[in-house]
Design a protein around this ligand. Structure first.
Ligand code: HEM
Length: 431
């Protein structure tokens, strides 16, 4: 049995009660992106490190808020499977076919949904492909893409750094890494966005995405190149075309929005946090410290679905049943008072946050993701040195999502762009 009796299933404000059997809705029109940290603390006080929540109408799950419990969840594949075919509600036919949660957690032949040997096999191919990325080339590609975007909005003296910059940059870079030409990349980006939008057009978008990627795979099988798709196809793990396709989708989906959020939130900190502004100028803190602060305080994925209990057990004082879904509460675990110093501020240089998960499924792209983000942030700082926020900081809003932690917009203004005399030549590959 899953946690039951949702207290806010209609999407009404989440009343957190101390009743251990009642679950709190993490969805609905009233979800307040700004209030999520406070919600996690109320859940922690009411239920301890593992709290009953509902993530869609009729879909109950456990949110793991404790740092220690989250490490246990992510490290122990025996007790906590990645394979959604073990999900009790699904097996019992209690997940509606049009449930908004299905596009996120439905099984596909990709590493994210596999355990043990099957996971290791696909992970080996994905890790090898990512390890083949040439950091120097990637930095050049990101800088060139960033400069093109900056040039596209400089004449206005204003921009929204989410819509005009952060949202455009990683998808261009990642499609290049996958070996997709620019026009196909645009089509792919649209198709992936339509697929994950989880609405009535998603099935069509998903078919388009599959067709684009299959064509790409056929092309790369005929004539491989210096790109992630070709590296996956060449790997001794001998992935099938279908496996290559679904692992490409996972890389794209897992890498795009997370990197968008990481770039925009870091820029917010550099623009708004007076300590950071002056420390950076004075050289006491680096952009990397700002990147780490974001991973601690505003992890780009605040909650990550999911693991499925493979047996009845107790964790964090809750009785979990075989087939229950558990959500990785990455933001809440990072804020766990058990691991933070008394003043609640993460220590500079400490990277024991869980923004990238942990255990065998920990994000395999941490290095390229950091390089993309750092280069994106550095490039805009150097090209627009008098960048400043165009609205009061308290008008900035987080998107209303229980999963993604990203800014809805980051309006800025500037007067004196330092545009490149010789823009970095654009390259599409970084391997
Ligand atoms: C180029 C950018 C990125 C790519 C290609 C990428 C790719 C992936 C892939 C393939 C996985 C599945 C790993 C597995 O199941 O074995 C994954 C997992 C994950 N990634 Fe990334 N990622 C990127 C950036 C990021 C960023 C910026 C973050 C957040 C800071 C992030 C957070 C995560 C998390 C939380 C998981 C799940 C870990 C778990 O299940 O335990 N990723 N990523």
């Amino acid at each position: 049995m899953s946690p039951s009796h949702s207290t806010a299933g209609s999407g009404a404000r989440c009343p957190v009660t101390a009743d251990p059997t009642s679950s709190t809705a993490l969805y609905g029109p009233d979800l307040d992106g700004d209030a999520m940290p406070a919600l996690y603390e109320r859940l922690r006080r009411a239920h301890g490190p593992v709290a009953p929540v509902s993530i869609a109408p009729g879909i109950d799950a456990w949110l793991v808020l404790g740092h220690r419990e989250l490490l246990q969840l992510t490290r122990d594949e025996q007790d906590f499977s990645h394979d959604p075919r073990r999900w009790g509600l699904l097996r019992e036919g209690r997940v509606p076919a049009d449930s908004p949660i299905l596009p996120m957690v439905g099984w596909r032949p990709a590493l994210l949904f596999a355990d043990g040997q099957q996971h290791r096999r696909m992970r080996a191919a994905v890790s090898a492909a990512l390890a083949g990325i040439n950091g120097h080339e990637l930095r050049r590609t990101v800088r060139a893409t960033a400069e093109q975007l900056i040039v596209s909005f400089t004449e206005h003296g204003r921009a929204d750094l989410v819509a005009d910059y952060a949202r455009k940059l990683p998808m261009r870079v990642i499609t290049g890494l996958l070996g997709v030409d620019e026009e196909t990349g645009r089509q792919l980006v649209e198709a992936v966005a339509g697929t994950v939008a989880a609405n009535s057009a998603s099935a069509d978008a998903s078919r388009r995405m599959g067709a684009i990627l299959l064509t790409l795979i056929e092309q790369k099988r005929r004539r491989g190149g210096n790109d992630i798709t070709s590296a996956l196809l060449r790997h001794p793990a001998q992935l099938t075309d279908e496996e290559v396709l679904h692992n490409l989708v996972v890389m794209f989906v897992a890498g795009n929005q997370t990197t968008v959020n990481w770039i925009a939130t870091t820029l917010r900190i550099l623009l708004c946090d007076p300590a950071f502004r002056s420390s950076l100028t004075g050289g006491h803190l680096s952009v990397d410290d700002a990147l780490d602060l974001v991973l601690w305080r505003f992890p780009p994925t605040q909650n990550f679905p999911a693991r499925y209990a493979t047996r009845d057990m107790s964790i964090g004082g809750q009785n979990i049943h075989t087939g229950d879904m558990l959500i990785l509460g990455l933001a809440a675990a990072n804020a766990d008072p058990e691991i933070l110093p008394d003043d609640g501020t993460p220590v500079v240089g400490n990277r024991s946050h869980l923004a990238f998960g942990a255990g065998p499924h920990t994000c395999p792209a941490q290095d390229p993701a950091r390089l993309i983000t750092r280069t994106a942030v550095d490039t805009i700082r150097h090209r627009l040195p008098d960048l400043e926020l165009a609205v009061p900081e308290n008008e900035l809003e987080w998107v209303k999502s229980p999963w993604s932690k990203g800014l809805a917009a980051l309006p800025v203004r500037f007067t004196t762009p330092h545009l490149p005399q010789h823009p970095t030549p654009s390259t599409r590959s970084a391997l």
